[in-house]
Design a protein around this ligand. Structure first.
Ligand SMILES: [Mn+2]
Length: 342
Protein backbone atom coordinates (compact mmCIF):
# COMPACT_ATOMS: atom_id res chain seq x y z
CA UNK A 1 0.00 0.00 0.00
CA UNK A 2 1.33 3.39 -0.98
CA UNK A 3 -0.20 6.31 0.79
CA UNK A 4 -1.05 9.75 -0.56
CA UNK A 5 2.49 10.97 -0.03
CA UNK A 6 3.88 8.04 -1.95
CA UNK A 7 5.34 6.54 1.19
CA UNK A 8 5.48 2.81 1.05
CA UNK A 9 5.61 0.37 3.89
CA UNK A 10 3.33 2.12 6.27
CA UNK A 11 -0.30 1.58 7.09
CA UNK A 12 -2.78 3.92 5.40
CA UNK A 13 -4.20 4.88 8.79
CA UNK A 14 -0.82 6.34 9.72
CA UNK A 15 -1.05 8.63 6.70
CA UNK A 16 -4.58 9.57 7.67
CA UNK A 17 -3.57 10.47 11.24
CA UNK A 18 -0.52 12.30 9.93
CA UNK A 19 -2.75 14.46 7.74
CA UNK A 20 -4.70 15.57 10.81
CA UNK A 21 -1.72 16.24 13.01
CA UNK A 22 -1.96 19.72 14.50
CA UNK A 23 -5.59 20.17 13.44
CA UNK A 24 -7.57 22.31 15.86
CA UNK A 25 -11.05 21.86 14.44
CA UNK A 26 -11.61 18.85 12.23
CA UNK A 27 -14.71 18.21 10.17
CA UNK A 28 -15.67 14.86 8.68
CA UNK A 29 -18.13 15.02 5.80
CA UNK A 30 -19.91 12.17 4.05
CA UNK A 31 -21.71 12.96 0.80
CA UNK A 32 -24.95 14.92 0.87
CA UNK A 33 -28.07 12.94 1.79
CA UNK A 34 -25.68 10.48 3.41
CA UNK A 35 -26.16 6.74 3.36
CA UNK A 36 -25.05 4.26 6.05
CA UNK A 37 -21.63 3.83 4.43
CA UNK A 38 -20.74 7.53 4.60
CA UNK A 39 -22.24 8.00 8.06
CA UNK A 40 -20.67 4.92 9.64
CA UNK A 41 -17.31 5.69 8.01
CA UNK A 42 -17.33 9.25 9.31
CA UNK A 43 -18.42 8.31 12.83
CA UNK A 44 -15.78 5.58 13.05
CA UNK A 45 -13.07 7.94 11.79
CA UNK A 46 -14.09 10.44 14.45
CA UNK A 47 -13.58 7.69 17.04
CA UNK A 48 -10.15 6.85 15.61
CA UNK A 49 -9.16 10.52 15.59
CA UNK A 50 -10.41 10.98 19.17
CA UNK A 51 -8.29 8.03 20.28
CA UNK A 52 -5.36 9.93 18.80
CA UNK A 53 -6.12 13.23 20.47
CA UNK A 54 -7.93 14.96 17.59
CA UNK A 55 -11.44 16.31 18.13
CA UNK A 56 -13.65 16.08 15.07
CA UNK A 57 -17.23 16.81 14.20
CA UNK A 58 -19.33 14.78 11.76
CA UNK A 59 -21.67 16.91 9.66
CA UNK A 60 -23.82 16.27 6.63
CA UNK A 61 -25.49 18.23 3.86
CA UNK A 62 -28.99 17.55 2.59
CA UNK A 63 -31.06 15.18 4.65
CA UNK A 64 -31.14 11.63 5.92
CA UNK A 65 -34.27 10.42 4.22
CA UNK A 66 -34.43 6.66 4.03
CA UNK A 67 -36.30 5.07 6.94
CA UNK A 68 -33.52 2.56 7.59
CA UNK A 69 -30.91 5.31 7.69
CA UNK A 70 -32.95 7.41 10.09
CA UNK A 71 -33.44 4.33 12.25
CA UNK A 72 -29.68 3.76 12.19
CA UNK A 73 -28.97 7.28 13.42
CA UNK A 74 -31.65 7.00 16.12
CA UNK A 75 -30.97 3.44 17.27
CA UNK A 76 -27.21 3.91 17.50
CA UNK A 77 -27.52 7.52 18.75
CA UNK A 78 -25.00 8.75 16.16
CA UNK A 79 -23.85 12.27 16.96
CA UNK A 80 -24.28 14.23 13.70
CA UNK A 81 -24.61 17.91 12.92
CA UNK A 82 -26.51 19.40 9.97
CA UNK A 83 -23.97 21.22 7.84
CA UNK A 84 -26.29 24.21 7.48
CA UNK A 85 -25.76 25.03 11.16
CA UNK A 86 -21.96 25.18 10.77
CA UNK A 87 -19.49 27.54 9.17
CA UNK A 88 -17.19 25.23 7.21
CA UNK A 89 -14.61 28.01 7.07
CA UNK A 90 -14.06 27.64 10.80
CA UNK A 91 -12.62 24.18 10.40
CA UNK A 92 -8.94 23.90 9.59
CA UNK A 93 -9.07 20.23 8.60
CA UNK A 94 -11.80 18.70 6.48
CA UNK A 95 -12.09 15.11 5.31
CA UNK A 96 -14.51 13.75 2.75
CA UNK A 97 -15.78 10.26 3.52
CA UNK A 98 -17.38 8.07 0.83
CA UNK A 99 -17.22 11.16 -1.39
CA UNK A 100 -14.82 13.20 -3.50
CA UNK A 101 -14.49 16.86 -4.47
CA UNK A 102 -16.26 17.88 -7.65
CA UNK A 103 -18.88 15.14 -7.89
CA UNK A 104 -21.61 17.55 -6.88
CA UNK A 105 -22.81 15.33 -4.04
CA UNK A 106 -20.94 17.23 -1.36
CA UNK A 107 -20.42 20.90 -0.57
CA UNK A 108 -16.72 20.84 -1.42
CA UNK A 109 -16.06 21.71 -5.04
CA UNK A 110 -12.36 22.51 -4.75
CA UNK A 111 -9.78 20.26 -3.16
CA UNK A 112 -7.70 23.04 -1.60
CA UNK A 113 -9.31 22.95 1.85
CA UNK A 114 -9.38 19.20 2.20
CA UNK A 115 -6.85 17.21 4.15
CA UNK A 116 -8.15 13.75 3.43
CA UNK A 117 -10.38 11.87 0.99
CA UNK A 118 -11.40 8.34 1.92
CA UNK A 119 -13.65 6.74 -0.65
CA UNK A 120 -14.35 3.69 -2.76
CA UNK A 121 -15.81 5.41 -5.81
CA UNK A 122 -13.46 5.63 -8.80
CA UNK A 123 -11.31 8.74 -8.56
CA UNK A 124 -12.69 11.43 -10.88
CA UNK A 125 -9.74 13.80 -10.79
CA UNK A 126 -6.25 13.87 -9.34
CA UNK A 127 -6.36 15.50 -5.94
CA UNK A 128 -2.94 17.11 -5.86
CA UNK A 129 -3.75 19.49 -3.04
CA UNK A 130 -5.16 16.90 -0.69
CA UNK A 131 -2.66 15.66 1.87
CA UNK A 132 -4.05 12.17 2.17
CA UNK A 133 -6.03 10.28 -0.47
CA UNK A 134 -7.18 6.72 0.09
CA UNK A 135 -9.54 5.72 -2.71
CA UNK A 136 -10.14 2.02 -3.29
CA UNK A 137 -12.62 1.40 -6.11
CA UNK A 138 -12.10 -2.34 -5.69
CA UNK A 139 -13.75 -2.17 -2.24
CA UNK A 140 -17.49 -2.54 -1.78
CA UNK A 141 -17.71 -0.04 1.03
CA UNK A 142 -15.87 2.87 2.59
CA UNK A 143 -16.81 1.30 5.94
CA UNK A 144 -14.42 -1.54 5.11
CA UNK A 145 -11.51 0.86 4.64
CA UNK A 146 -12.31 2.48 7.99
CA UNK A 147 -12.66 -0.87 9.75
CA UNK A 148 -9.13 -1.66 8.56
CA UNK A 149 -7.94 1.69 9.93
CA UNK A 150 -9.29 0.83 13.39
CA UNK A 151 -7.70 -2.62 13.22
CA UNK A 152 -4.33 -1.27 12.05
CA UNK A 153 -4.34 1.59 14.56
CA UNK A 154 -5.22 -0.76 17.41
CA UNK A 155 -8.34 1.27 18.21
CA UNK A 156 -11.13 -0.76 19.81
CA UNK A 157 -14.54 -0.08 18.26
CA UNK A 158 -17.45 0.33 20.68
CA UNK A 159 -20.59 -1.69 19.94
CA UNK A 160 -22.56 1.20 18.40
CA UNK A 161 -19.83 2.07 15.92
CA UNK A 162 -19.14 -1.58 15.07
CA UNK A 163 -22.87 -2.00 14.47
CA UNK A 164 -22.98 1.07 12.23
CA UNK A 165 -20.03 -0.20 10.18
CA UNK A 166 -21.53 -3.67 9.96
CA UNK A 167 -24.87 -2.34 8.77
CA UNK A 168 -23.05 -0.07 6.30
CA UNK A 169 -21.21 -2.96 4.66
CA UNK A 170 -24.34 -5.09 4.71
CA UNK A 171 -26.54 -2.47 3.04
CA UNK A 172 -23.92 -1.10 0.65
CA UNK A 173 -22.94 -4.51 -0.72
CA UNK A 174 -26.39 -6.12 -0.34
CA UNK A 175 -24.99 -8.67 2.10
CA UNK A 176 -21.68 -9.00 0.25
CA UNK A 177 -23.51 -9.88 -2.97
CA UNK A 178 -22.84 -6.62 -4.81
CA UNK A 179 -19.36 -5.32 -5.61
CA UNK A 180 -17.89 -6.87 -2.48
CA UNK A 181 -14.19 -7.71 -2.22
CA UNK A 182 -12.40 -10.19 0.08
CA UNK A 183 -11.58 -7.20 2.30
CA UNK A 184 -15.30 -6.43 2.69
CA UNK A 185 -15.94 -10.04 3.65
CA UNK A 186 -13.17 -9.94 6.24
CA UNK A 187 -14.43 -6.69 7.77
CA UNK A 188 -18.00 -7.99 7.74
CA UNK A 189 -17.05 -11.08 9.72
CA UNK A 190 -14.92 -9.08 12.15
CA UNK A 191 -17.77 -6.62 12.77
CA UNK A 192 -20.40 -9.37 12.95
CA UNK A 193 -18.74 -10.58 16.15
CA UNK A 194 -19.04 -7.11 17.73
CA UNK A 195 -22.31 -5.78 16.30
CA UNK A 196 -25.61 -5.56 18.17
CA UNK A 197 -27.73 -7.72 15.86
CA UNK A 198 -30.95 -6.69 17.60
CA UNK A 199 -30.17 -3.12 16.64
CA UNK A 200 -29.35 -4.24 13.08
CA UNK A 201 -32.77 -5.91 12.84
CA UNK A 202 -34.53 -2.77 14.12
CA UNK A 203 -32.68 -0.70 11.51
CA UNK A 204 -33.31 -3.06 8.64
CA UNK A 205 -37.02 -3.45 9.41
CA UNK A 206 -37.55 0.24 10.20
CA UNK A 207 -41.20 1.27 10.38
CA UNK A 208 -42.35 3.63 7.66
CA UNK A 209 -45.07 6.26 7.19
CA UNK A 210 -47.99 5.78 4.77
CA UNK A 211 -46.26 8.04 2.26
CA UNK A 212 -43.65 5.32 1.76
CA UNK A 213 -46.23 3.06 0.12
CA UNK A 214 -47.46 5.95 -1.99
CA UNK A 215 -43.95 6.28 -3.40
CA UNK A 216 -43.99 2.62 -4.45
CA UNK A 217 -47.45 3.07 -5.95
CA UNK A 218 -46.22 6.00 -8.06
CA UNK A 219 -43.02 4.14 -8.97
CA UNK A 220 -44.93 1.14 -10.28
CA UNK A 221 -47.66 3.15 -11.99
CA UNK A 222 -45.15 5.34 -13.83
CA UNK A 223 -42.58 2.64 -14.65
CA UNK A 224 -42.06 1.90 -18.34
CA UNK A 225 -40.01 -0.86 -19.89
CA UNK A 226 -37.89 0.17 -22.85
CA UNK A 227 -36.34 -3.10 -23.96
CA UNK A 228 -33.57 -3.85 -21.45
CA UNK A 229 -34.19 -0.69 -19.43
CA UNK A 230 -36.92 0.09 -16.91
CA UNK A 231 -37.40 3.76 -16.14
CA UNK A 232 -39.70 5.56 -13.74
CA UNK A 233 -40.41 9.10 -12.62
CA UNK A 234 -41.51 9.74 -9.03
CA UNK A 235 -42.41 13.36 -9.66
CA UNK A 236 -41.92 15.30 -6.42
CA UNK A 237 -40.21 13.32 -3.65
CA UNK A 238 -39.57 14.15 -0.01
CA UNK A 239 -36.00 12.86 -0.12
CA UNK A 240 -33.47 11.96 -2.80
CA UNK A 241 -33.03 8.58 -1.10
CA UNK A 242 -36.41 7.50 -2.42
CA UNK A 243 -35.08 7.76 -5.96
CA UNK A 244 -32.17 5.43 -5.18
CA UNK A 245 -34.38 2.98 -3.31
CA UNK A 246 -36.83 2.72 -6.20
CA UNK A 247 -34.01 2.22 -8.72
CA UNK A 248 -32.82 -0.75 -6.61
CA UNK A 249 -36.38 -2.06 -6.36
CA UNK A 250 -37.08 -1.93 -10.09
CA UNK A 251 -33.83 -3.67 -10.99
CA UNK A 252 -35.44 -6.89 -9.77
CA UNK A 253 -37.56 -6.93 -12.91
CA UNK A 254 -36.38 -10.07 -14.66
CA UNK A 255 -36.35 -8.86 -18.25
CA UNK A 256 -34.16 -5.77 -17.75
CA UNK A 257 -30.47 -5.19 -17.08
CA UNK A 258 -30.78 -1.48 -16.24
CA UNK A 259 -33.11 0.49 -14.02
CA UNK A 260 -33.34 4.25 -13.75
CA UNK A 261 -35.38 6.54 -11.56
CA UNK A 262 -35.80 10.29 -11.37
CA UNK A 263 -37.50 12.40 -8.73
CA UNK A 264 -37.49 16.03 -7.80
CA UNK A 265 -36.95 17.55 -4.39
CA UNK A 266 -37.06 21.34 -4.17
CA UNK A 267 -34.83 22.59 -6.99
CA UNK A 268 -32.92 19.40 -7.63
CA UNK A 269 -33.80 16.52 -9.90
CA UNK A 270 -32.25 13.38 -8.42
CA UNK A 271 -31.30 10.63 -10.87
CA UNK A 272 -30.38 7.05 -9.95
CA UNK A 273 -29.10 4.37 -12.26
CA UNK A 274 -28.56 0.67 -11.53
CA UNK A 275 -27.46 -2.29 -13.59
CA UNK A 276 -27.17 -6.04 -13.15
CA UNK A 277 -24.13 -6.05 -15.45
CA UNK A 278 -21.02 -6.33 -13.25
CA UNK A 279 -18.85 -5.06 -16.11
CA UNK A 280 -20.90 -1.97 -16.85
CA UNK A 281 -19.89 1.56 -15.96
CA UNK A 282 -23.03 3.11 -14.54
CA UNK A 283 -21.06 6.08 -13.25
CA UNK A 284 -19.79 6.98 -16.72
CA UNK A 285 -23.17 6.32 -18.31
CA UNK A 286 -24.99 8.68 -15.99
CA UNK A 287 -22.33 11.37 -16.31
CA UNK A 288 -22.60 11.28 -20.08
CA UNK A 289 -26.39 11.30 -19.89
CA UNK A 290 -26.57 14.44 -17.77
CA UNK A 291 -23.51 16.18 -19.14
CA UNK A 292 -24.03 19.92 -19.27
CA UNK A 293 -27.13 19.63 -17.10
CA UNK A 294 -25.83 18.47 -13.75
CA UNK A 295 -23.27 16.43 -11.84
CA UNK A 296 -22.98 12.73 -11.15
CA UNK A 297 -20.77 9.98 -9.83
CA UNK A 298 -20.92 6.35 -8.90
CA UNK A 299 -19.64 2.82 -9.08
CA UNK A 300 -19.80 0.23 -11.83
CA UNK A 301 -23.32 -0.96 -11.12
CA UNK A 302 -24.81 1.95 -9.20
CA UNK A 303 -24.65 5.65 -9.84
CA UNK A 304 -26.46 8.83 -8.99
CA UNK A 305 -26.64 12.38 -10.18
CA UNK A 306 -28.33 15.67 -9.53
CA UNK A 307 -29.60 18.29 -11.93
CA UNK A 308 -30.65 21.78 -10.85
CA UNK A 309 -34.17 22.69 -11.96
CA UNK A 310 -36.64 25.53 -11.49
CA UNK A 311 -40.38 25.29 -10.95
CA UNK A 312 -40.79 26.34 -14.59
CA UNK A 313 -38.38 23.95 -16.30
CA UNK A 314 -38.52 20.91 -13.98
CA UNK A 315 -40.78 18.80 -16.17
CA UNK A 316 -38.98 19.68 -19.35
CA UNK A 317 -35.60 18.85 -17.83
CA UNK A 318 -36.87 15.58 -16.35
CA UNK A 319 -38.12 14.60 -19.82
CA UNK A 320 -34.75 15.52 -21.34
CA UNK A 321 -32.83 13.53 -18.72
CA UNK A 322 -35.02 10.47 -19.27
CA UNK A 323 -34.60 10.74 -23.04
CA UNK A 324 -30.84 11.05 -22.73
CA UNK A 325 -30.62 8.13 -20.31
CA UNK A 326 -32.47 5.88 -22.74
CA UNK A 327 -30.23 6.99 -25.61
CA UNK A 328 -27.08 6.51 -23.53
CA UNK A 329 -28.16 2.98 -22.58
CA UNK A 330 -29.07 2.09 -26.16
CA UNK A 331 -32.70 1.52 -25.18
CA UNK A 332 -35.82 1.74 -27.28
CA UNK A 333 -37.10 5.30 -27.33
CA UNK A 334 -40.79 6.11 -27.28
CA UNK A 335 -43.46 5.52 -24.72
CA UNK A 336 -42.29 2.17 -23.39
CA UNK A 337 -44.45 -0.57 -21.85
CA UNK A 338 -46.05 -0.16 -18.43
CA UNK A 339 -44.66 -2.80 -16.03
CA UNK A 340 -48.05 -3.35 -14.43
CA UNK A 341 -51.68 -2.84 -15.35
CA UNK A 342 -54.74 -2.64 -13.11
MN1 LIG B 1 -20.19 3.95 -0.23
Amino acid sequence: MTDANGQEGRQPVEGFLEAFRGARKALLLPHDNPDPDGLAGAVALRHILAANGVDARVAFGGMIGRAENRAMVRTLALDLTPLSTLDVGEFDAVALIDAQPGTGNNPVMADAAIRAVIDHHPLLATLDNVRFVDVRPEYGATATIVTEYARDAGVELPTDIATALFYAIRSETQDLGREASPADREAYVELLMKADMGAVARIQRARVPREYFGTYLTAIREARVHGHVVLTDLGVVSSADQVAEIADFLLRLREVTWSACVGRRLHTLAVSLRTTDPFAHAGYAIRRAIEGLGTAGGHGTMAGGQVPVTDENAEEIAAEVKRRLLTELGAEPGEGDPIARD
